[in-house]
Design a protein around this ligand. Sequence first.
Ligand code: NAD
Length: 386
Amino acid sequence: MKVAVVKESAPGERRVALVPETVPRLVQAGLEVLVEAGAGDGAWFPDGAYTAAGAAITSTDDLYATADVILTVTRPDATAIKRLRVGQAVIGMLSPLTDPHLARDLAAAGVTAVSLDGLPRTLSRTQVMDALSSQANVAGYKAALIAADAYGRFFPLLITAAGTARPAKLLVLGTGVAGLQAIGTARRLGAQVSGYDVRPASKGEVESLGATYIELTSAVSAAGEGGYARELTAEERDAQQAELAGHIARHDVVITTAQVPGRRPPLLVTQDAVRAMSAGSVIVDMGASQLGGNVAGSVPGETIVTANGVTIIGAQHLAASVPTAASNAFSRNISALLLHLVSEGNLAIDTTDEIQAGVVVAHGGEVVHPAVAKLLAAESTTSQGS
Ligand code: NAD
């Protein structure tokens, strides 16, 4: 079976789905590895490193004509989708819950679509395949670095002949994988760090990193299914925003990472909260998206400075901006999942398997993932009704 690695095409995307170090594992499993010329360049893996590891470099045309399985980091673009053939498989982070049309189009083209986003993350045997965690980890690290870069003072306590600098007070809102890594990185840079989350279980994790956990008096537990948070009700959200505003005003730097699966990111830092911050404060919004982020006024991919001197960074492509580390981790994740899907040298799709049930989105011309199929069905009912 031929497994091919494409050159990513999304703007700002520098990662590659497979790094040379992982090639021998696939070759030993009887797979032939093809790599599109220049696929690893953005992450500093030259074509020569792939050939030395046992892969063959190929042109884009050859790749789509001959590959059985295509490995990608993010979704294939419109041109790539047109090139895909019946029976081919695509494995990557396809975000089917936010982009169900891609799943529908791939199913219509007879392509098997496998998305790492749907992996059941709490099984110990899936840890090695967990690309959401590995990429969030990289992004959280980078968020702390860009916050430090944008902040006009030191993060650590510094006592010098020219005076003493107090440590920066940094608050992380949303302490999942990315938030915990942001806490760890900011602590290593010497900041005084606090963390907050709606899942009470995260208290111990925040404290184990040496940060202070903020508990709100208006707190409700919003632990949802599978370790994720649920969406807050309007009253819960209002109470949370109002109480958080006081904490936010006492901090110099805020990093927000809050997400609720399949929903737009919750607003945690309101316009009033931004107005109450001191000039020179910095906010990094990791939830920034076209639909709105965790911070009022944040713009994805842009840095704005408010009238009261607060820098708001709409963080985007954070994992892609640490491309070598992010690709190394992603490569281990995707190859572990691929090997789980392969039996006797071929892809063996079986959605009765717990792991496959989560990741296989389209197969045999159908959208087979129940949650994605439900989204598409709801959409077609709405469009028929209107
Ligand atoms: P995520 O990216 O979905 O969300 C980031 C954080 O935002 C989460 O901690 C979430 O609770 C928080 N959040 C959501 N709404 C919020 C709000 N209104 N206010 C404040 N915070 C809010 O989450 P993630 O980083 O992917 O992790 C989700 C969970 O899955 C965590 O419990 C994590 O430890 C767990 N997880 C477990 C495993 C495992 O068991 N091996 C692996 C990966 C993740």
